[in-house]
Write a new protein. Structure first.
Length: 174
């Protein structure tokens, strides 16, 4: 009887160890996404949605914090608002890209001032994909899951920027 109990305990311990190993492997394969928005509720909500969708997501609330967090978190993707106090999302994206060249960048904005900031970044040789706010979570998840998060699709066509306002933003050439 004791032998059977020992064998059962050993099997249970082996199963638990295998489960932990699988969970660790799963953690390692989750894509890391850093979200930066000075509207905390937006950043937190996107982080929760992406976390539930299988991404390892972290939220920060400024461009400076995005650059700082990228150093240690080393995200595979940065999703950032463009117009924020302090450094803009574009400035943060440039700094992150300089430190992590393989990090994909996705900007989102609800302000028309974005056009000028994108034009300035373009003149410096930077291209970023941009989405209009409000971003529906299903649209963002579809973009990330369906391969639209590839390097090619996260790099906007040369001269592409956003024009208009948050209710009717559309893509246009600079």
């Amino acid at each position: 009887m004791q032998e059977a109990n020992r064998q059962e305990a050993n099997e249970q311990a082996a199963n638990e160890q295998e489960t932990r190993k699988q969970e660790n492997e799963k953690q390692k394969t989750r894509k890391k996404v850093l979200i930066a928005d000075d509207e905390e509720v937006i950043a937190d909500t996107l982080a929760i949605i992406l976390g539930r969708a299988g991404f390892e997501a972290r939220a920060v609330y400024s461009g400076e914090k995005a650059v700082e967090a990228a150093e240690s978190f080393e995200p595979e993707m940065l999703i950032t608002d463009v117009v924020m106090a302090g450094i803009t999302g574009i400035e943060a994206a440039i700094r992150v890209r300089e430190r992590l060249p393989k990090c994909k960048i996705l900007l989102f904005s609800g302000q028309a001032a974005t056009v000028d900031l994108l034009a300035e970044a373009h003149s410096q040789g930077y291209e970023f994909e941009i989405l209009a706010k409000p971003v529906h979570p299903a649209d963002l998840l579809a973009r990330l899951r369906n391969g639209d998060a590839s390097e090619e699709s996260l790099t906007a066509e040369a001269g592409t920027a956003l024009a208009g306002n948050s209710n009717g933003m559309r893509r246009s050439k600079i």
